[in-house]
Design a protein around this ligand. Structure first.
Ligand code: CO
Length: 133
């Protein structure tokens, strides 16, 4: 069965966001991690049943830069489904006529990930991540 893996929130300043989440919400937050291939620097906010990722642009051509231009205060950017049947689901997505964005890449957890076009999914960017059962 698929599971909610994480919700990713684009923020204009990661250090400010981390301080606020820690102070105001009292949550546990990982050390920052730079993902040059994805153009983001991220932290994980660990919750009991899911993870929230806070991410800021990293490098010159970050894919979240234009999102932050439209949403300067930050906002929910995508959610991620952990999927043990990753390849099957990708085939279903394509057969349904929906678009995947590019080719699978290795994501923040070391697993293949694929993004699905928000215009084909009710205006929401969905990340599919290959996970074991
Ligand atoms: Co993600």
């Amino acid at each position: 069965m698929k599971k909610l893996d994480h919700i990713a929130i684009a923020v204009p300043d990661l250090a400010v966001a981390v301080a606020q989440y820690r102070t105001a919400l009292g949550v546990t937050i990982s050390a920052p991690q730079e993902l040059p291939e994805h153009g983001v620097r991220i932290v994980f906010v660990k919750l009991q049943n899911a993870t929230i990722e806070l991410m800021e642009p990293f490098g010159d051509s970050s894919p979240i830069a234009s999102f932050l231009e439209r949403n300067p205060a930050g906002g929910i950017h995508h959610f991620c489904l952990g999927d043990p049947e990753f390849e099957t689901t990708l085939t279903q997505v394509k057969d349904s006529g929906a678009r995947a964005l590019g080719e699978p890449k290795i994501g923040a957890h070391g697993n293949p990930v694929m993004f699905l076009h928000p215009k084909d999914f009710q205006g929401t960017l969905i990340e599919l991540e290959k996970v074991s059962e």
